[in-house]
Design a protein around this ligand. Structure first.
Ligand code: PHE
Length: 452
């Protein structure tokens, strides 16, 4: 383990950077919807259980491999396993992160376009107009590619400044800004007439809706939201200092991520219910439903509508950018360490190749037939393969590796380092990672493939 490896300069910077990687579009476009559809506060409780019993142990497992391996994800797995075949699990993490970058950048680019559109007042019109605006824009062959390149180049710019000067500095600026924007919009949304119905919908517990699917949905959402099994957590942990308490850090990151998700719900539902619109999930929530909501809710106060819309897409872009930075770093560290090139050159390889992948994903939405795979657009195919196959497989193998194959002494030393409190939880942690997490991940995997 080289002493010269870059590291985060402060505890706050490290937590904000890791939380920045975790907080992303998933918190805003998927979590609130899942809460509303799956029993409100009942879902939130199940989600918290999943984070506590499964998300945090998986995150700590990746932290352990990353910090002990002190290297890019591929090499970290190789080192921790003593060069055994487990390194391919690390490679899978890098590959998953790499493939997601291009596709995630497409949607991140859309957020930038919507900042532009908010400033130019292009989103005003009835619901059909807003719907057409999105379809016309997202299937345009040039514009989305321009914006995805802009956001990837921004991430590139941060990454080439290194771990402290780039990622940590940017996160310390961007994350508090994101929080402030979020809080201001929550207040604006909750002050609208009739907002309380939205708050009720989000928070009223309805245990009648809870079934097996709700549990598995909460589980899948917690893994996606915490960026488990994508290489991001492991890569950032390789920059953690020896003094970092891994359990405490995983808890802090999860608290921030969950708070942002719940606040996102308090931002979206009150406004949507105040104008009588039923919230959706995914891209259509953000790019079709919400512009309509802003138009209607603030129709009599156009300046307010303009400001809220601008702040909302600004916030989304920040959330997307910090996640993209973490994804970019996974591949950049892989290339520069494995090919023995400079960080800058590694970053150029990643930026150029992910712009190309993103461009193809974007073009595939324009209905290009040669960009279809197994009956899906390339965009959906990337989402499916990475999110539904690579993520659970990587997560499962990581738990099995850490729980059963990494020498217990290594795991214990990393886990209990700098914390007597952590020492008390070691037994529980090991039990969860050995038995509960792999079984739970297997269940999500089979459920997604409609086997159970
Ligand atoms: N956790 C991110 C979100 O909630 C998604 C993501 C996954 C980001 C993997 C980066 C890497 O949107």
């Amino acid at each position: 383990m080289s002493d010269k490896r870059a590291n985060f300069g402060s505890k706050l910077g490290m937590i904000l950077a890791t939380a920045g990687g975790a907080v992303g579009l998933g918190n805003v476009w998927r979590f609130p919807y899942m809460v509303g559809e799956n029993g409100g506060a009942a879902f939130i409780l199940i989600y918290l259980g999943c984070v506590l019993l499964l998300g945090i142990p998986c995150m700590v497992s990746e932290f352990i491999i990353g910090r002990h391996g002190a290297s890019n994800t591929y090499r970290a797995y190789a080192r921790v396993s003593g060069g055994k075949a487990w390194k391919f699990v690390g490679l899978l993490g890098v590959l998953t992160g790499f493939l997601i970058t291009g596709y995630y950048a497409v949607v991140s680019g859309w957020c930038l376009q919507y900042i532009y559109a908010s400033v130019m007042g292009e989103l005003h019109g009835d619901s059909l107009f807003v719907q057409n605006y999105f379809t016309t824009f997202s299937t345009n062959p040039v514009r989305p590619i321009f914006w995805l390149s802009v956001i990837l180049l921004t991430a590139h710019f941060v990454i080439i400044h290194g771990v402290r000067g780039g990622i940590e500095r940017a996160s310390k600026l961007l994350m508090p800004t994101l929080f402030i924007l979020l809080l201001v919009i929550v207040v604006a949304s909750c002050l609208l007439p009739g907002a309380s119905r939205g708050i009720d919908f989000l928070l009223k517990p309805d245990f009648g809706k809870v079934d097996q699917g709700v549990f598995l949905g909460a589980l899948g959402q917690s893994f996606y939201s915490l960026s488990i099994a994508m290489g991001c957590i492991c890569t950032y942990a390789s920059y953690y200092s020896r003094q970092t308490n891994l359990l405490a850090s995983a808890i802090q990151v999860s608290v921030v991520d969950t708070m942002v998700a719940i606040l996102a719900g308090l931002m979206i539902f009150p406004a949507a219910f105040s104008v009588g619109v039923n919230p959706d999930s995914g891209p259509s929530l953000i790019f079709i439903t919400l512009p309509n909501v802003f138009n209607e809710a603030f129709g009599s106060m156009p300046v307010m509508g303009w400001v809220v819309s601008l702040m909302f897409y600004g916030l989304l872009s920040l959330a997307a950018l910090t996640s993209l930075m973490s994804l970019h770093e996974v591949s950049t560290s892989f290339f520069y360490e494995e090919l023995h090139i400079s960080r800058k050159k590694g970053a150029v390889i990643v930026t150029v190749s992910t712009i190309i992948i993103g461009a193809f994903c974007s073009l595939s939405l324009g209905g290009k037939d040669y960009l279809r795979v197994a009956g899906m657009s390339l965009f959906d195919a990337f989402d499916f393969v990475t999110g539904q196959i690579f993520l659970p497989v990587g997560g499962f193998l990581t738990c099995v590796f850490l729980g059963w194959f990494v020498p217990k002494k290594v795991v214990r030393d990393e886990f209990t380092n700098w914390g007597t409190l952590s020492a008390r939880f070691f037994g529980i942690f090991l039990f969860l990672v050995r038995f509960v997490c792999p079984l739970a991940i297997l269940a999500i995997f089979l459920h997604q493939l409609n086997v159970i």
